[in-house]
Design a protein around this ligand. Sequence first.
Ligand code: GDP
Ligand code: IMO
Ligand code: MG
Length: 426
Amino acid sequence: MPLVVVVGAQWGDEGKGKMTDFLAAQADVVARYQGGNNAGHTVMVDNEVYKLHLIPSGILYPNTRCVIGNGVVVDLQVLCEELQYLREKGVNPDNLVISERAHVIMPYHKEIDRLQESAREAKIGTTGRGIGPAYVDKVGRSGMRIIDTLDVDRFRRRLQEILPEKNLILKALGHPSGFTVDSLTADIQRYVTPIKPMVTDTSRLIEEARKNGAKILCEGAQGTLLDVDHGTYPFVTSSSPTAGGASVGLGVGPNRLDEIVGVMKAYTTRVGEGPFPTELEGSMGEVLRERGHEYGTTTGRPRRCGWFDAVIARYAARVNGLTGAAIMLLDVLDAVETIRVCTAYRYRGTVLTEFPSDVDVLRECEPEYTDLPGWMRDLTAARTYKDLPDQARAFLGFLERQIGCPVRYVSVGPRREQTIVIESVF
Ligand code: GDP
Ligand code: IMO
Ligand code: MG
């Protein structure tokens, strides 16, 4: 039975939440593999909007097993609040399990994130959720895993080992007081009790489900260009949103990944700092922002908007091994007379067709555009490929040829039913 990975192909906020919820209708297991509550995934069912940060976007289906994998960093308070938020909305989140190997975002990680960001001359524009410092500690072997929190004595012992160094760092960054073992124990332990029954070896659970023929959907957060290896370093997040991250972040062998769906907007957005070749600063950018409601789900920051960048999409197809693309928010272009697609960059007189590794090069890249006629029609009621006007089909065909993988889904609105299936992954 197929194992499908949903991966962001741009700078995040591509509509992964919507696609995951849509595909989850056919899945038995939905698993988040990296990131933390820097993510904001929006799901719209009928007229109800659900904003998820940590819990997989399959949670709205009562019989679907949802997994927070070992690659995720978990803020326990946020997790408890999100569980409560779902219950208040009438969703039963009892199908959620959490990896005992996942790392915990501690209060000092959030402080370090904020202090480091404010001290940076070249700001990254982090979400301030403690993501980077939590992953630094994971890799530096000073992390606190979920399994370390379950027993209070063990938790205290682990803190005694790691806290002195954290306090030195905090002091150097100008933090007034640092933290004590007692205050952190009181703070964190109250969130441990409610989640304890959900904690398990999730890699094993996924493998057993897979062997029993379950359909498994892996949900990425962020996007390819925010990947710590493949993104616009240093303007990236601290994890691996690319498809390989699904294998590491869930404890699933790489040969088990069957389909990799790259989720991409019909244009491009970015939140936070860093180069963005097709960014539109004038009125067209404003049109996309307003029509696409491009304001961050997590921080509310206005998103930077620009034209579709096929250099990026081709790069995402390569580093993720995309077997299909989902083109999202096509309806946002409904009233755009001429739609531009960047097919290459011009850099100091030469033409680049491959995405550069150096952000200083990227900053100087000028997009080379191909102009396509818009359809100037409302697409939000389209349900099949045939419902799309010729110009929209021509646009999708052009993207497909540029990206080099088939367009398998098209989204024409935020709701579940506003999704056109060209070739299903399950
Ligand atoms: P994610 O982080 O990749 O899950 O994306 P976000 O949820 O942060 O941002 C995507 C936004 O676009 C959300 O507000 C979705 O409700 C919305 N959305 C998703 N697909 C479509 C679409 O096809 N059309 C429109 N108009 N909105 C969409
Ligand atoms: P979803 O899953 C868009 C960006 C931040 C910042 C950079 C580093 O909703 O697509 P971090 O707090 O992770 O250290 O910030 O990454 N960023 C996102 N941008 N969507 C996201 O998640 C993001 N998560 C982080 O704005 O530029
Ligand atoms: Mg988002």
